[in-house]
Write a protein that binds this ligand. Structure first.
Ligand code: 13P
Length: 340
């Protein structure tokens, strides 16, 4: 294991107030989002969309790394070179989604464990040859009546650590993503409890399986009330709960925490990230930044609608969201900046 290269890549991914762009939607998820935006669900459209993203002017000023899906890493970039080369040419580090999706756990209704470990060592070697330098694996934890169970948390923690160790052995920086879902009507306190239990279990397993904390990134949820909760906490309350939870659970040796957006609106995802960085600036042992998919892409997808004529306006919206999040990572974002 080349520890110095892993450490260097992990630090580079969170340097200069930049963050990650998750553009690794599986075919099913990409088609679902396209259907909602009225875009035809074809391979050609998915390729055009991803080319539109990666040719966005100035994207590399705010985005350090882009997470790709298997279909995309094999696609040609806009200039006919490989897609990972197009990503590198934009000044962005290419990464790859390695999980094969979350599947039901037998006898644990409502809970899932993520699959994709079979053959993973060989897949990692193939992606490294294609130019990937980091990877992502998402586990999902649901909150509900009696959920999450410790079994669900422990199964996902073990699998995340297996994935992370295989990544580091093969030369990829693992982005470890245990996502406590926002679905339902639970309180911020329930989310705090589930997130704390999950992160404790995940870091215990990572340690047991000898994963190098300095050569990985954590991609957690923010500590929030659920989307349908009757009471929604304020921005500062979310920021404080999230940072308190992470300070109790995430070792200081981890170079960065890169949040998922999870269904928050684009502007709330920026405002909450900003509050964490402005309120806790000197107290944070790790970089606190973003790895958003929907909260960066959604406005651009809604403008693009699959039409060439809309590309410049869609790219402007994408660049704007990336830039807003870079400012939020620095604690320099304000709602007033949203009027463009
Ligand atoms: P969202 O920001 O849309 O939650 O996606 C992040 C991600 O990569 C989920 O795995």
């Amino acid at each position: 294991m080349d520890t110095s290269k892993l450490k260097q890549t992990a630090s580079q991914l969170v340097a200069n107030h930049k963050g990650l762009l998750a553009m690794d939607e599986s075919t099913g998820t990409a088609n679902k989002r396209f259907a909602e935006a009225g875009i035809p669900q074809t391979l050609a459209m998915r390729e055009a969309y991803r080319n539109m993203i990666i040719t966005t002017p100035k994207l590399g000023e705010s985005i350090s790394g882009a997470i790709l899906f298997d279909e995309t890493i094999r696609q040609k970039g806009p200039d006919g070179t490989s897609f990972p080369s197009a990503v590198e040419n934009a000044g962005i580090i290419p990464g790859i989604k390695l999980d094969a999706g979350a599947k039901d756990i037998p006898f644990f209704p409502g809970e899932k464990v993520t699959e994709g470990l079979d053959g993973l060592r060989d897949r990692i070697a193939e992606y490294v040859k294609m130019g990937a330098r980091f990877a992502k694996w998402r586990a999902v934890i649901a909150i509900g009546n009696g959920l999450p169970t410790q079994t669900c948390i422990d199964l996902n923690a073990q699998v995340l650590a297996r994935y992370a160790a295989l990544c580091q052995e093969g030369g990829l920086v693992p982005v470890v993503e245990p996502e406590v879902l926002m679905d339902g009507s639970h309180t911020l306190e329930s989310c705090f409890d589930a997130t704390e239990r999950t992160l404790h279990a995940v870091f215990a397993e990572l340690y047991k399986q000898r994963v190098l904390f300095e050569g990985m990134l954590l991609k957690p949820n923010m500590v929030l009330a659920a989307l349908d909760a009757p009471e929604q906490p304020g921005i500062d309350e979310v920021a404080d709960a999230t940072i308190h939870c992470l300070l109790r659970t995430v070792p200081a040796a981890v170079p960065g925490v890169v949040f998922l957006s999870g269904g928050q609106s684009s502007e709330l995802a920026s405002a909450r990230l900003n509050a964490m960085n402005s309120r806790f600036k000197s107290k944070l042992p790790w970089a606190v930044t973003f790895s958003y998919a929907r909260a960066i892409q959604q406005p651009a997808m809604d403008i693009w609608k699959g039409q060439d004529a809309n590309v410049p306006a869609a790219q402007k919206a994408l660049e704007h969201r990336a830039h807003m999040n870079r400012l939020a990572r620095a604690g320099e974002y304000s709602q007033a900046m949203e009027t463009v």
